[in-house]
Design a binder for this molecule. Structure first.
Ligand SMILES: Nc1ncnc2c1ncn2[C@@H]1O[C@H](COP(=O)(O)OP(=O)(O)OP(=O)(O)O)[C@@H](O)[C@H]1O
Length: 322
């Protein structure tokens, strides 16, 4: 979203979460350096970036748990601390381990519901929603991390809020849990909620997020639809399959292409159109079985975008450029 549409959404006071120009220091560390983005209703927004990029700090600021030197974070047009019944506006899961180990999952939720003046009936509804019914009366201290994540999501849904914020919800989930989580997040967005999900792994938000806010060093690097980002990174790239990887790479690099081996018999090529690649390979008698437009994965998008933002990035030995 462009800064102007971000401002429009903030000014409208409407649904969603709008973060504008957050700046925050921890001692010498600039944790947030002008962080600005919006989380819109009806979409799952992936909030992705390397460790230390400022994701958790941003979420804490949105929830009024951390103060900032500059900037605003609004939920439905208001700061969190100005909300009269916050659980009815935003549900969050920041730390799935934050529960009383001796209490049952159900009692944990009853305690939260009571503190917020919510009906006990809602507790059994959210337990069922997250698939914890059979474990609800067991001690939460004995729950697996995946079950704790489900309990945390149940807590986030207690007030039936239009905005949901989850910090690393895939952590500790087994493959079945991850599939469940993806479907569940999608269903929350399909019901019109604004859903913000942080992760340091792009693969986790694949098939889940509609929109991505990619962050590095306390600010937004990219803020766009998933389809748009994949198309931008795919543009101009060609995938080549050949049994003569080294020979092909050398021929194409000499002709000005940027080439990278991405598998035993696969090379990613950019900087030359497909027909020119075919001509060059034929002229040098390099055997190949396929030359096709490359479709980037979300992982490619992420690497491309965060290339500058990660402090220490290992060199890729197979990368050869002109
Ligand atoms: N309480 C704190 N005291 C000092 N520094 C902090 C504190 N919390 C965060 N930081 C620093 O602020 C920066 C942003 O951290 P933050 O936890 O928000 O990043 P993150 O993107 O959530 O990372 P991760 O994926 O590792 O959780 C980091 O450099 C971190 O070390």
């Amino acid at each position: 979203m462009s800064p102007s549409s971000n401002r429009e959404l903030a000014a409208s006071g409407g649904p969603g979460i709008v973060v504008t120009g957050l700046r925050k220091r921890y001692g010498a560390t600039l944790a947030l350096d002008g962080m600005s983005f919006s989380v819109r209703p009806g979409l799952v927004t992936g909030f992705v970036g390397p460790n230390g990029a400022g994701k958790s700090t941003t979420m804490r600021v949105i929830l009024g748990l951390d103060a900032v030197e500059e900037g605003t974070a609004l939920i439905g047009g208001r700061p969190y601390l100005g909300l009269r019944r916050p659980l009815n506006h935003v549900g969050s899961l920041l730390d799935a381990a934050a529960l009383h180990p001796g209490r049952s999952g159900r009692n944990h939720l009853l305690w939260l519901a009571h503190a917020q003046g919510l009906a006990a009936r809602r507790v059994d509804e959210v337990i069922e929603l997250v698939g914890l019914t059979s474990a609800a009366r067991r001690r939460a201290g004995g729950y697996s991390l995946g079950m704790r994540q489900r309990l945390g999501i149940a807590a986030a849904l207690l007030g039936d809020p239009p905005n949901i914020m989850l910090d690393e919800p895939f952590n500790g989930m087994d493959p079945d849990g991850i599939i469940w989580m993806r479907g569940f997040l999608r269903s929350l967005a399909a019901a019109g909620r604004a859903v913000l999900v942080s992760s340091h792994l792009m693969s986790e938000v694949q098939d889940t997020a509609d929109h991505l806010v990619v962050v590095g060093r306390g600010k937004v690097i990219a803020d766009a639809g998933v389809a748009e980002l994949i198309a931008a990174v795919s543009a101009g790239r060609v995938t080549l399959r050949t049994t003569a990887v080294t020979h092909a790479m050398s021929v194409l690099a000499q002709a000005g292409a940027t080439v990278a081996a991405i598998g035993r018999d696969t090379v990613a090529v950019s900087g030359l159109p497909a027909d020119r690649i075919v001509t060059l390979l034929n002229a040098s008698a390099v055997p190949f079985s396929e030359v096709s437009a490359h479709r980037a994965t979300l992982e490619d998008v992420y690497l491309e975008l965060t290339r500058e933002a990660v402090e220490f990035r290992a060199a890729t030995p197979s990368e050869v450029s002109r």
